[in-house]
Design a protein around this ligand. Structure first.
Ligand code: GLU
Length: 279
């Protein structure tokens, strides 16, 4: 008799503990009401990436974006319990990233996205997971451009809303700057002779150079530092720190390096280990 009462009390206690746990954590692992719990419960995540940048984010023959950025997004999705089928990829061109995050169109953006202090006023970033630097891409047969100092009077292409467009305006105010919606349009204009130079991050330009069969080359070295972050909604500190922890673990256990080796590492040298900026 006594043991029956005891087992009933224990069973009731067990149910009470279980419901407390379920009330506190909608997906067992994540705090109720958090972005992580929402995504994990829905088993789907909307990710903004580039569609036209070799090595970092480019659509493959099957229509799926591939690159180092998309691998970083896949690591985050996996940690949220979202499988490949649950990832809704969306193109995030440079000039639309902030508004896509502010409008809730995407959960995260992983798209060669520099963690600039100006952008931190409207969006938040986890990272950096890589640090690039701005450079120049010219036609290999054009010897007239060796550095940013040679851009006066030249037709220079960059992308609207990028840090690269801002920087080139201040470093080469005499250049004729054309702003296109994406970098592949700039590269088309370079091969057609409409522009003389494309400027953005070295790793983006290196991807186009590698695909150009020797037609294009990088010149002028790196003249900025571009720490790449995972963009999320402004003010979501819990999600920002959680992604930082995921990046930390991935850098530590080799998933970050494996993602690099499988993508950009086919063309680019091994990256320096990034130091997370837990602002
Ligand atoms: N990393 C720079 C930026 O976020 C240039 C590359 C890009 O436009 O995606 O603006």
């Amino acid at each position: 008799m006594r043991s029956t009462i005891r087992s009933r009390v224990l069973a009731a206690l067990g149910i009470a503990v279980l419901s407390a746990v379920l009330a506190g954590c909608s997906s067992e692992e994540f705090p109720a009401g958090s972005t992580m719990a929402r995504i994990s419960d829905a088993e789907t995540i909307t990710v903004g990436v580039k569609y036209d940048q070799p090595l970092f984010g480019e659509i493959d023959a099957a229509g799926v974006p591939q690159g180092f950025d998309t691998e970083i997004a896949r690591i985050i999705a996996t940690e949220l319990g979202v499988t490949e089928d649950g990832i809704a990829w969306v193109e995030a061109v440079s000039g639309e990233r902030e508004s896509m995050l502010a409008g809730g169109e995407v959960d995260i953006i992983v798209a060669t996205y520099t963690m600039s202090s100006e952008r931190k006023e409207t969006v938040a970033f986890s990272g950096p997971y890589y640090v690039a630097g701005q450079s120049l891409l010219s036609r290999t047969d054009d010897a007239s451009i060796a550095s940013v100092a040679d851009l006066a009077g030249k037709q220079v292409c960059s992308v609207a809303g990028s840090t690269a467009s801002r920087t080139v305006q201040s470093l080469a105010p005499e250049a004729n700057l054309a702003l296109y919606p994406d970098y592949s349009s700039c590269v088309d204009a370079l091969s057609e002779g409409i522009v003389d130079v494309v400027t953005t991050d070295d790793v983006i330009l290196a991807g186009y150079a590698a695909e150009s069969d020797g037609a294009f080359r990088l010149v002028g070295g790196n003249f900025t530092s571009e720490p790449y972050g995972v963009g999320i909604a402004h003010g979501d500190d819990e999600f920002r720190e959680w992604i930082n922890d995921v990046l930390d673990a991935a850098i530590e256990d080799g998933r970050w390096k494996a993602a690099w080796d499988d993508t950009a590492g086919s063309v680019l040298p091994d990256p320096q280990r990034p130091h997370l900026d837990r602002y």
